[in-house]
Design a protein around this ligand. Sequence first.
Ligand SMILES: [Zn+2]
Length: 157
Amino acid sequence: MQRKDRLIQEYIHDPYFTKTKYHDPSICKRCGVVFHDGIFQWMEPAPVNAEPMICPACRRIEDKYEGGIVVLEGDFLEKHKDEIFNLIRNVERNEMAYRPLERIIEIKDEGNKITITTTYEHLARRIGEAVNRAYKGNLSMQYPPGAKYIRVHWERD
Ligand SMILES: [Zn+2]
C-alpha cells in the first residue's frame, strides 16, 4: 500500500498525466501498460473493459520530453561499452517492472561519451548510481531548483 501511494505521487503533478483524463481501466496502445485503480501497472491479462490510450511515458518518448539526463564520459567507457550498455538496459528493465513509466527515451553514443535521456528523474539517478557502483569513478547529480528534473554526470579515465 505504501509503495502504491508513492507511485501515485510521482506522476500526479506530471503534465503528461494531468492534462489527460485517463479512463480507469485503460490500456496504452503503444506499450500495453494499464491504468487501473488509480495507478499505472503491468497487468496480464489486461481488464476486458480497458479503453485504449497513450500513457504518459509513451507520450514523453514521442515528444522527447525528458525528465532526466545521464552523461557518461571517459576512456574507460569506450573499452567497456558493451558491458555498460547491458547494465543500463538491465537497470531500465528492473525499474520498469515496479515503476512502469520509467523508460529510456534515447541513448546517444559518441565514442567516449554516452548521453541517455529518461522519461523521469528516478531512472536517470538509478543508471548513474548503478554505473558508479559497478565501475567506480566520479558521479555527480544536479537537480535544477524548482524543476522535476535531474542531470547526472559520471566519468572515469
Ligand atoms: Zn505506453
